[in-house]
Write a protein that binds this ligand. Sequence first.
Ligand SMILES: [Zn+2]
Ligand SMILES: [Zn+2]
Length: 314
Amino acid sequence: MHPVQDPPLATLKSLIAWFTFPAIFAGQLVAFDGALSLGFDPALTSLALTIANMALIASLELVLPDRSAWTWTNDGQTINDLLHGLGNVFGDALGRSALLIVFAAAGGALAAQGNLGLWPAEFPIWAQVLVAVVIVDFTDYWKHRVYHGSSIAWPVHALHHNPDRMTVFKGVRLHFLEATIRALVVYGPLAALGAPTIVMLWIAALMNFLGSLNHSNVAQNLPHFVHALIVTQKTHWLHHSKDYARGACNLAPLTPLFDHLFGTFRHPLDEPLNEVGIDPDPIPKNLFAQLASPLLWPVLVWRNRRRVAQAAKE
Ligand SMILES: [Zn+2]
Ligand SMILES: [Zn+2]
């Protein structure tokens, strides 16, 4: 006999799920804006809010999960995810330092004033952030498309895709080199154009806030059209689909604008998501081996092939 679900409880959970995305996302934006207007340090505020937000979402995943099997408590990779997240802070700093060197080497306006002075600084901050969202979505879209389309770049990104479940901690499960490359490719153009620090911080905050929600397993109900307007949990889950061809959809980080324009948008409510992960999966479970995985890729692929062949014989 199937276990009988308590209908009123299921209805209540489904009702609450309509509020999780707007409440958490808007709450973060209001808290960040409020802290900035009170004069708190923006970088520290962004970091503190990201951590508090992850803790809140991780707790909610335990009581209001979308998929009950995808728990972070028995994942076996949660500590690794967090340590990779810490590595990303260093990876990002490495990328930003490299940017300064590139700017100095480029000479001219870049070396003299640090940017080309092309930024629409007279716009209100919210409009500057919108301009930055379009630029970042464009550069990140193509960087992401290269990761999925190139066999040379894929080993750097594979670590983000190998988990067999989605949890809030998967948002920071990126090889530290990804953070370095992101700082160069995504923040480089903004810095070169002359975007002020506050705009960069808003972009970083938006990426962190959405990244946590979109990788999380907290039940989130949204109307059909919202998935086509901003990057949501379900659109990003579809990006993590085990079916590799389908995995190369929904590539932009903030809005699906360029996915619509370049033909890679897939609506998550129009097609079912089965499993997430990669197949074949040569990524080891050990943290240090994971860090070395882009370098060891051919060996790891060979070892995985041998393991699969041996398992098929037995
Ligand atoms: Zn990807
Ligand atoms: Zn992801």
